[in-house]
Design a protein around this ligand. Structure first.
Ligand SMILES: *Cc1c(COP(=O)(O)O)cnc(C)c1O
Length: 478
């Protein structure tokens, strides 16, 4: 090899060093503070102001990752990372991703690398089957799946399809009117709000539906009233989003009750199961998807959260792709291919906002192959068991209380002493580096969230986090 490029032999040597580095990193995580302790600007200040004029050795790059960059990393793969939701990686996913990078293909069209499209369709068919999702989501019929970067993009895409269907294509041709409405609960993820903003509908098009104060599930009677009142006022329901596992408390909306209301008003039903959905790989957790088979027009769940697939990998399915393609397909001359014109293949570029697409399916393929249904279920069960244990510890201590009933791997709780004390204890725990939790507000008061589900988390990590947390709380006066 001549010129500035690494030779295959050099790549082999540095590649081995990188894999060693990653393996050592995973083994050393337990010793590192979970949350990064750097101050704003510290990492940027440690880096040179300009790129080097002549290329350096890769060894220097790796050394700087260790020395200058690692301090600015919050360790999401740490066994005591319990904040937000897990963003699990796994050895298989990393290797699959590396293969994808090495192959370096761009799959915007079937014809630009047939395997990219076909492997993606096959793994999403496997996953749909593995999660007990309806036949209608499988490829080969009107419906099918596509991997999006994130659930946010999937929800935005669902909204574009919904707009196309409910306006008979007018949204695409003429833009949106001020009469269109989108529904989600107060606990819906902010990505719904953002999708409404991005679509040009404007924020006022989002009709926020109240939740049951205890369960935090969408109040279905309130949705019914909202739909009826809006229609009576001359407005047009476009999409209803049901949340299967809200971000704040894990609440699971009643899709079976929401579905018929959406249908009755001609609205698209999108189900956001970004975190919880993958738990359905365990038959005992399939209840979360009750009503999806009958009613959902689209569904999203993130293998990049709980299902061991390195970010980004968001699985999105539609019952019928016609509206999606109607909303998003364009065929400039330079993208015309005989394969697409023959109608025998799918061009997934028509299934999401961007054109280019990398081979994300390969990391999911590697995960599904190497874990198998049983390995995946075992992983989900370990997370649920960890959360059950944590919840029982909360129940057994008078100083604490559960805010909502735990759902799957998520426990939401607080100190009885109130918001300020809840925040203080959480911040001190996070500052200690021992574990990392995040917070939410439920009905106006502050709560801590422990989301168990990390692939390196053991039962002892749950115990240890509880001991660290309780050591920060004054003894119960009674
Ligand atoms: C995490 C989450 C999202 C957003 O996920 P991204 O993939 O980061 O966009 C949306 N909805 C719910 C319920 C989530 O938990």
């Amino acid at each position: 090899m001549t010129g500035p490029h690494m030779s295959p032999e050099e790549f082999r040597r540095h590649g081995h060093a990188v894999v060693d580095w990653i393996a050592d990193y995973w083994s050393s995580l337990d010793e590192l503070p979970v949350r990064s302790r750097v101050a704003p600007g510290e990492i940027a200040a440690a880096l040179p102001d300009t790129m080097p004029e002549t290329g350096e050795e890769f060894d220097a790059v790796l050394a700087d990752v260790q020395r200058m960059i690692l301090p600015g990393i919050t360790h999401w793969q740490h066994p005591r990372f319990f904040a937000y939701f897990p963003a699990n990686s796994s050895p298989a996913a990393v290797l699959g991703d590396l293969l994808s990078s090495g192959i370096g293909a761009q799959g915007m069209l079937w014809a630009t690398s047939p395997a990219l499209t076909e492997v993606e369709q096959v793994v999403l068919d496997w996953l749909a089957e593995g999660l007990g999702l309806p036949e209608a989501f499988r490829s080969g019929g009107p419906g099918g799946g596509v991997i999006q970067d994130t659930a946010s993009t999937a929800t935005f895409t669902a909204l574009l399809a919904a707009l196309h269907r409910t306006t008979d294509g007018a949204a695409r041709a003429e833009g949106v009117t001020s009469l269109l409405r989108v529904y989600g609960s107060e606990e819906a993820h902010s990505s719904l709000h953002k999708a409404v903003m991005m679509s040009g509908l404007g924020e006022r098009a989002l009709h926020t539906v109240p939740v049951d104060p205890r369960t935090r599930r969408m109040d279905v009677a309130a949705l019914a009233r909202a739909l009826e009142e809006d229609v009576a006022a001359g407005l047009r329901p476009v999409m209803v989003q049901a949340a299967v596992g809200t971000t704040s408390t894990g609440a699971v909306d009643d899709v079976a009750a929401i579905g018929p209301l959406a249908l009755a008003h001609g609205a698209w039903l999108h189900v956001d199961a970004a975190w919880a959905g993958t738990a359905a790989v365990c038959p005992e957790h399939r209840w979360i998807n009750e009503g999806v088979a009958e009613h959902a027009d689209s569904y999203v769940t993130n293998p990049h959260k709980w299902l061991l697939t390195t970010f980004d990998c968001s699985a999105f399915w539609v019952r019928d792709s016609a509206a999606l393609r109607g909303a998003l397909s364009l065929l400039p001359e330079y993208l015309r291919t005989p394969a697409a014109e023959s109608g025998a293949v799918t061009d997934l570029r028509d299934w999401h906002p961007q054109l280019g697409r990398r081979f994300r399916a390969l990391k999911l393929f590697a995960v599904l192959r190497t874990y198998g249904r049983r390995g995946l279920a075992e992983h989900i069960r370990a997370g649920v068991a960890g959360a059950d244990r944590f919840a029982s510890l909360v129940r057994s201590d008078e100083r604490f209380e559960l805010v909502t009933e735990p759902v799957l791997g998520l426990v939401v709780f607080r100190l009885r002493a109130g918001d300020e004390e809840t925040r203080r204890v959480m911040e001190e725990l996070n500052d200690s580096g021992e574990a990392y939790l995040s917070h939410t507000t439920v009905d106006g008061s502050t709560a801590m969230r422990v989301a168990v589900g990390g692939w390196r988390t053991t039962p002892e990590d749950v115990e240890r986090t509880w001991r660290a947390l309780t050591s920060l709380v004054p003894a119960d006066p009674r």
